[in-house]
Design a protein around this ligand. Structure first.
Ligand code: ATP
Ligand code: MG
Length: 393
């Protein structure tokens, strides 16, 4: 029944002169996402709205599911599209729409019309009034409620006629690519994929880095991170995942530094490496899944210590979220089931029984000097052996 979708966009962060940049990015992202769906589509923007028209047969559920993952979309309205917009055809189509879409006709409704074609036989208020009468005639169970209808039937008369009454919620946010790029520290846990999702939803393109510690972390653990990245890519589009071999650095920290400071020092090296990769890839910030107080390395004092080594802004979208709230988002975006698979992550291998919860920066700095002789070469090896994986949805 639906040959097109009207795409309503959410907040337009870039108003005025730059608005077209937002719309063009959204159109491109829609085209890109629909490439992986069955069928051919034509995406166009017209007077502040975006239309997706199907040129061939297509799979409705697949298309809606692809559209509902595109950031910047507030709502998706499946539209009946009529090439022939003479009044009789519009009436017939509108009756068909109500007849097929609403099994139970016991509801209140209102017909709203928008007429872009000023030569049409009726004005917008007339279209609303006349179609209301046509529908009441055909379906006597219907009731009109102009103030608070349960169904709003919209008729737009443009080059073609459009009829729609349904609105499927989109993910909101801003189109990917309208806000620069950031480097996500992606582990195999629950939090970092959610953090990446939230930042990407603001229009930020992602790159990601994963610190791998073979043989302490298995190939399965790395595969799990790639799987998570792939699930994220359904929202963010393709991105690069940098895999850094962290074993040697981790071992050196383990051998030379106080064990209760292990996690903090390790996190500081992760941030340093992530920042270097970020700068090389023209990223404007780092993203982590940290949340105040969640674990010893995420107290305010610990965050102070990890933050100190970076000069780029570190975005922590989950900073004030409870774990349960994070879990709910990860379920919604479908990363949860993969995140809870039991493959060890590189931080759990070397965790101390009693990690410091209130680390003192000057103490940590002093402990790190014990690595002075070896760390330069180790960092160089880590960069030289970096693996880059192209993640696609
Ligand atoms: P997550 O669920 O995201 O793994 P977590 O609760 O396990 O988080 P930590 O292990 O303290 O918390 O990690 C805090 C943040 O540091 C993570 O959210 C992630 O951004 C980053 N991080 C931790 N381990 C790694 C890793 N092996 N590779 C890349 N980033 C990591
Ligand atoms: Mg973790």
């Amino acid at each position: 029944m639906y040959k097109a979708f009207l795409i309503k966009y959410s907040e337009i962060g870039i108003k005025g002169k730059n608005r077209y940049l937002f719309e063009d990015a959204l159109c491109n992202n829609i085209k890109e996402a629909l490439k992986s769906c069955e069928g051919d589509f034509y995406v166009s923007k017209e007077q502040g709205r975006i239309y997706v028209e199907s040129l061939t047969d297509y799979d409705y559920d697949e298309a809606v599911s692809a559209l509902s993952r595109i950031f910047g979309i507030a709502a998706i309205c499946p539209v009946m599209l009529l090439d022939d917009k003479d009044w009789d055809s519009v009436c017939k189509a509108c009756i068909k729409h109500v007849s097929e879409r609403y099994e139970d006709k016991n509801f209140t409704f209102k017909v709203e019309a928008k007429r872009a074609d000023k030569n049409y036989i009726y004005t917008s208020p007339e279209i609303g009034m006349h179609m209301g009468a046509v529908l009441l005639d055909e379906f006597p169970e219907l009731k009109v409620d102009v103030h608070n209808p349960s169904v709003r039937i919209t008729i737009e008369i443009r080059k073609k006629a459009y009829i729609y009454s349904e609105s499927i919620k989109g993910p909101g946010g801003m189109p990917i690519g309208t806000s620069g790029k950031a480097m996500l520290l992606l582990s195999g846990g629950i939090d970092s994929p959610v953090a990446g999702y939230m930042i990407a939803r603001r229009g930020v393109r992602l790159e990601a880095v994963y610190f791998h510690a073979p043989p302490y972390t298995s190939e399965r653990a790395k595969k799990k991170v790639c799987d998570l990245a792939k699930l994220m890519a359904k929202y963010t589009g393709s991105f690069r995942l940098h895999v850094i071999n962290f074993t040697e650095i981790q071992m050196a920290i383990y051998e030379k530094c106080p064990h209760d400071e292990l996690t903090i020092i390790m996190r500081r090296y992760m941030m340093r490496i992530a920042e270097k990769l970020a700068r090389e890839s023209e990223c404007l910030g780092l993203v982590t899944g940290e949340s105040i107080g969640q674990v010893a390395s995420q107290t305010m004092q610990s965050l102070n210590c990890t933050n100190e080594v970076c000069t780029l802004p570190v975005y922590r979208p989950l900073i004030a979220f409870d774990k349960q709230d994070i879990v709910e988002i990860s379920q919604k975006i479908d990363t949860f089931e993969t995140s809870i698979l039991p493959y060890e992550d590189c931080c759990t291998i070397f965790v101390a029984k009693h990690p410091v919860t209130k680390p003192d920066i000057s103490v940590i700095r002093r402990s790190e000097t014990r690595l002075d002789d070896v760390i330069g070469d180790m960092l160089k090896t880590a960069y030289d052996t970096e693996e880059i994986i192209e993640i696609t949805p």
